[in-house]
Every structure is written in structure tokens, then in C-alpha cells.
Design a protein around this ligand. Structure first.
Ligand code: SF4
Length: 433
């Protein structure tokens, strides 16, 4: 494909074909926060204690494909690894493990020169249009710079192309000689778009590109991005914390939690028929002025756990409202719901203990579950009465939460959702076949 200012692409991939394929991608950081890192301590028993550096598992086994011409939206709370995933895909961060294929070439196994050459076809747009533009450069030069860095076109051709692209992104090409400070936030993001387009990329990675803009300006910039996608056959990987932005711009959506993609599917399917409890909770947490949804289960509580020490099994299990009933207990559904709410409340210490009866009334509708489960809960209540919340929490967690299949086994990656079409996949024991 080429545009009217004569820029051709190499290694053409047709619309609908796979442009990017990510297999088993991991990015771990070493957390050197302590002086004990990598030190052996002689314990006197012949078994020295070795302090290992701690690993932050920011991205921990991601598989996905992105088709030429589509927009894949990436969602998840802060700290789920979205930005790290984007940067690792672009090789701005070196992966710890896994492969990234771009137009069939494995980016993890090519030389620096080959990567530099290919990087031209993969551009990135950042959140803050102000800080990503040099205040001392005229916008025309800003747009020309990547072409010059890659040795593309003559000086005159670069200038012509910069003006052509400024017009394409909705700016007046006669403003070529102005400095960034003369433009609004939305216009500066348009300059960034023109700059990214200057080297005629196939793939643009967008990290919260409209988050800092007013809502009305956001819509205009998103519309321009859609038009440019159509015209230039662009492929976007797009992060936004505003889920309405993701719904508007994306063809498909991937939901990320604590370093893993837990659900991926067509945008309408993800928003209208989510299957993973995390996706449901994320969508439920969007403020909707709907009185019928008040108090609904599934709204996210608590924080994302540390990627230094992620939970065993399913990583969402410490917050999941649908945690599967542990084997060995004879819970009714409602009893398990009550018990799970109680476990979480004890963990967060978010009630005051006035009397056993009051707590039982509040969490169990007046009666603790029967049998062994009831005995565990009674013991936990005694610990709380003695102000030993930690002991109570550990007892409940070990007896119930950690006995669930959700804690004991990682859900298989991407079980096919047969009832919702071939492109919808999730990773949750509720949907394992
Ligand atoms: S695997 Fe279990 S904890 Fe994880 S999302 Fe599914 S039900 Fe919840």
C-alpha cells in the first residue's frame, strides 16, 4: 500500500490477516528494593538461606493475535500490566520469555539493525501530547523527524509529506512553522498522529491517547483516528481507562488482570455478554445512573494484588465474587455467598465487632452454615472477638478460599466459548469443559 506522497510499505499483510501474534509473552522485572537481595546467610545447619531477588511478574504469559486493519482495545485496572505489555510488544522492553511475531517475523530473534528497520512500521502514541512534542521544534519538523531518522525521502519530499499529513489529521498545513505551544491539547495529539504516520506504519500502539483531552475533543480525535485507519489500513492496539472510549474505538477487546489476558472477544460480546467474573465486575464498576443495578454483585472491591506475589491458581480469586465453592463442604449457594462476603469483610476489617449475634445477623441472616463450615466460622468469630483479625482471616482463607479449585489450579488459557462464537475466549474455571 502507498499513499499519495509515495511512501510504500514492505512485507505487505492483507486486511484481516494476522499482523501481530504474541505467544507466551512474559515480562518480569527484578525488584532490588532490599539489601538482602542475592545474599546467602549461614544458618549453621549446613543449609544457608539464600535470598533471591524478587520478581515483579508484570506480564506473565500473554497470548493474542491482532489482525491487520482492526483495533484491539486493552482494558484492566491500573497495575494490571497493560502498558508493560504494549512496550514489550514493541520491544521497548526486552521480553523475559515468549515470542512476538510482526508480519511473520519474530521480533525477539532478529538483530538490532533489523529491529530498527522494522520499528518504522510500528509506532506509538502516548497519553500526554504536550510532553511528547519538543517545545523548541516547529510542528513541521516534528512530523519530518522520524522520516529523516529512517533516511526516507528527500528534504523537499519530507516537507511535502509533512504538510500532506498535517492536513490529513485535521490541521492547517500552513501552520507548518508554528511551535507546539500555539496548539490546543487535541491539536497537539493530532501532531503526534501525523508524526506517527509520517513513516507509513502498519501498526500504531496507543497508550491512553485521548485520556488527557476534554470529552468533546476526545470524540473528534477518535473519529479522526478511525478515518485514518480506514484510509491507511492501520492497525491499532489501544489502551484507555475510559471503557466508553474502548467500546467506541475497538473491534475486539482484551481484558487484562495481573499480567494475564483473562477474556478476549468482539467488542459487543465483551460488553453485552461478558463471561469472566473480572470483566463483569469491571463493567459493573462503570458508574451508570440505573437504580436497578444498585447493590448488584460483582462490583470490584479491594486492590489488585502485588505482581511480586500473585495469588495461586486464578489470579482474580482473592477478589472474585464467583469463587467456586471449595470441595468438602456442604454449602448451599446462599450460604457460600454469605461466607465469601464474610471472608472478604474480615480480610479488609471493614466492620466493627459488637457481638457474635450482630455479626451473624449481618453476614449470615442470623444463622451460620451447618456442619464443619459453621465450626470454622465460629472459631473465626472467637478470634475476632479477641481482636485477632489476622488469625481469623488466615483461618477462613485457608479453610475455604484456598481449598477452592480457583486457588488450586490455574484456569486453562482461553476456553472456547461455544455458545458465543469462535472469537470469544475466557480463562475461568466456571467455563472449563
Ligand atoms: S477461576 Fe474462579 S476465581 Fe477465577 S474468575 Fe473464575 S470463578 Fe473467579
Amino acid at each position: 500500500m502507498s499513499d499519495s506522497v509515495g511512501m510504500k510499505r514492505r512485507g505487505e499483510v492483507e486486511l484481516g490477516e494476522t499482523l501481530v501474534e504474541v505467544n507466551g509473552l512474559k515480562k518480569h522485572f527484578i525488584d532490588n528494593d532490599g539489601i538482602l537481595t542475592n545474599i546467602s546467610v549461614d544458618t549453621g545447619d549446613g543449609f544457608p538461606l539464600k535470598y533471591q531477588p524478587k520478581k515483579v511478574r508484570a506480564v506473565d504469559g500473554v497470548n493474542l493475535t491482532i489482525e491487520k486493519g482492526e483495533t484491539l482495545g486493552l482494558v484492566g485496572e491500573s497495575g494490571c500490566g497493560k502498558s508493560t505489555l504494549l512496550r514489550t510488544i514493541l520491544q521497548l522492553l526486552e521480553p523475559t520469555e515468549g515470542n512476538i511475531y510482526f508480519k511473520g517475523t519474530d521480533l525477539t530473534s532478529i538483530s538490532k539493525d533489523e529491529l530498527r528497520d522494522l520499528r518504522k512500521d510500528m509506532q506509538m502514541i502516548f497519553q500526554d501530547p504536550q510532553s511528547s512534542l519538543s517545545p523548541r521544534m516547529r510542528i513541521g519538523r516534528i512530523v519530518e523527524e522520524p522520516m529523516e531518522a529512517h533516511g526516507l525521502l528527500t528534504k523537499d519530499e519530507r516537507q511535502r509529506r509533512a504538510k500532506y499529513l498535517l492536513e490529513k489529521v485535521g490541521l492547517d498545513p500552513s501552520h507548518y512553522n508554528r511551535y507546539p505551544h500555539a496548539f490546543s491539547g487535541g491539536q497537539r495529539q493530532r501532531v503526534n498522529l501525523a508524526r506517527a504516520l509520517s513513516v507509513n506504519p502498519d501498526f500504531i500502539v496507543c497508550d491512553e491517547p485521548v485520556s488527557s483531552l476534554d470529552v468533546s475533543i476526545q470524540a473528534q480525535v477518535l473519529n479522526t483516528m478511525k478515518e485514518l485507519q480506514e484510509e491507511f489500513g492501520l492497525t491499532y492496539l489501544f489502551i484507555a481507562h475510559d471503557l466508553s472510549v474502548i467500546r467506541y474505538i475497538s473491534d475486539r477487546v482484551a481484558v487484562m488482570y495481573l499480567g494475564k489476558v483473562v477474556e478476549i472477544g468482539d467488542t459487543d460480546t465483551i460488553f453485552d455478554n461478558p463471561q469472566h467474573p473480572y470483566t463483569k465486575a469491571l463493567l459493573d464498576s462503570i458508574p451508570v445512573p440505573n437504580p436497578h443495578r444498585r447493590g448488584e454483585r460483582g462490583v470490584l472491591k479491594g486492590d489488585v494484588p502485588s505482581p511480586l506475589n500473585p495469588p495461586s491458581g486464578c489470579r482474580f480469586r482473592t477478589r472474585c465474587p464467583s469463587l467456586i465453592i471449595p470441595e468438602g463442604f456442604d454449602f448451599r449457594e446462599d450460604e457460600w455467598d454469605y461466607t465469601l462476603s464474610f471472608i472478604r469483610a474480615v480480610k479488609r476489617r471493614d466492620f466493627t465487632f459488637k457481638s457474635r449475634d450482630k455479626v451473624v445477623e449481618r453476614f449470615f441472616d442470623g444463622t451460620v452454615p451447618r456442619g464443619d463450615a459453621g465450626s470454622v466460622i465460629d472459631n473465626a468469630l472467637i478470634h475476632i472477638e479477641n481482636s485477632d483479625w489476622q488469625e481469623a482471616s488466615e483461618l477462613l482463607t485457608e479453610a475455604f478460599e484456598e481449598q477452592s479449585i480457583c486457588a488450586r489450579a490455574e484456569p486453562q488459557t482461553y476456553t472456547q466459548m461455544e455458545d458465543t462464537g469462535v472469537k470469544h475466549k475466557t480463562a475461568c474455571h466456571l467455563h472449563q469443559t
